[in-house]
Design a protein around this ligand. Structure first.
Ligand SMILES: [Zn+2]
Length: 366
């Protein structure tokens, strides 16, 4: 965990402070038996998604345990309710594995660190082992597991067309500095390369800045809103001057109400415009983290939550990518290499397409 007080980049930010509808109209008519069975299987999956009831401990007649004032639910019960398998820890094991229809999650006991399909995700509260019964905070079940492992098919498929890219810092605010090198220059270069790729892929692209200027933090999500953007992506590089070994990628989304930011602070009390899109934002964050760490083979520091102004005020799904540590020798060498930045831009484009498949067609994440 990085030390925020020595992280100029964070200081700067904080201080300014469906499925496919291709089915035939009458699916049971004139179909060969094998196709009919396949169709019934698909229909079962459809039903499992579209008619899913919200889970609560009371819905299966069990009391919700409360630990240190935090309501927990049984992961076994939640898994069974959603037709998933949970391999509980045995003989002092410190992890539990969950297998879903299109995914797998691993939880470390007494830890906030979890992974979904090999992508690290930070929970708000530690997972507990209550004598073989695995407990997860109800908030984490609702704001992390459900949106990623059981995303609701969009009621109205939303076309992903316009994307706002926010190059961190700029102008009077250099961000992190390493000698003569300023973070603001590399975030702008990444945003411009990413913008060109998204344009070439058919998206409409808005840049909050396209030169060495400093739009106020509140103005950046406003630019996205005025442009009718469907996604907001803020680009930064990280720094931990006192921990030169710290390295890797983090993707942030806005902190949901009632949960705490990954890097500390109490539970969020007041809603922000971003909170209407929490489920979509964590799905986008998951896709971005997955695509970047797999493609570029960078250290996976996990999907995280934070109350950054640019995320809080974005009235659309939004993420903030910290694409490596300028304070780490190996990461810095890559950050300063344009071909590496272009690889990262391509990985982000892939993540946008993965998210778009879900938002527009309801296909589950993988
Ligand atoms: Zn920054």
């Amino acid at each position: 965990m990085q030390n925020l007080l020595e992280d100029k980049c964070f200081e700067s930010l904080l201080s300014r402070a469906m499925l496919s509808h291709d089915l035939p109209n009458n699916p049971s008519r004139n179909l060969p038996r094998r196709s009919f069975i396949q169709l019934m299987t698909l229909t079962g999956i459809l039903n499992g998604l579209t008619s899913r009831r919200a889970y609560s401990e009371s819905s299966i007649g069990r009391p919700a345990p409360v630990i240190n004032g935090i309501p927990y639910v049984s992961l076994q019960s939640w898994a069974a309710f959603n037709h998933m398998d949970l391999r509980s820890p045995k003989n002092g094991e410190k992890s539990a594995d969950l297998t879903a229809r299109w995914g797998r999650a691993t939880f470390l006991i007494d830890s906030r660190s979890a992974s979904i399909n090999g992508v690290n995700i930070w929970l708000s509260h530690s997972v507990r082992d209550d004598g073989g019964r695995v407990l997860i905070a109800e908030r984490d079940m609702r704001t992390v597991l459900q949106p990623i492992l059981l995303p609701k098919p969009p009621a109205r498929p939303r076309r992903i067309r316009t994307i706002t890219l926010d190059a961190g810092h700029g102008g009077k605010d250099p961000g992190f500095m390493l000698g003569a090198r300023s973070e603001k220059n590399y975030t702008l270069s990444l945003a411009q390369d990413l913008g060109e790729m998204l344009l070439a892929a058919g998206f409409r692209v808005i840049l909050t800045r396209n030169s060495d200027t400093y739009p106020e933090l509140e103005d950046r999500p406003s630019i996205a809103r005025r442009a009718g953007s469907d996604l907001f992506i803020s680009l930064h590089y990280n720094c931990a001057a006192s921990s030169p070994d710290a390295n890797g990628v983090e993707v942030y989304c806005s902190t949901p109400l009632g949960t705490s930011s990954t890097n500390g602070g109490g539970p969020k009390q007041l809603p922000e415009p971003s909170n209407r899109f929490d489920d979509q934002s964590i799905l986008l964050a998951y896709e971005a983290q997955k695509s970047i760490v797999r493609t570029l083979q960078l250290n996976d520091r996990g999907v995280r939550r934070a109350g950054f102004v640019v995320l809080n005020k974005a009235p659309m799904p939004g993420i903030l990518i910290e694409g490596g540590f300028m304070s780490n020798r190996d990461d810095a060498r890559k950050i300063f290499d344009r071909s590496h930045r272009k690889q990262m831009a391509r990985a982000i484009v892939d993540a946008v397409f993965a998210y778009k498949r879900h938002a527009e067609r309801g296909l589950p994440p993988q």
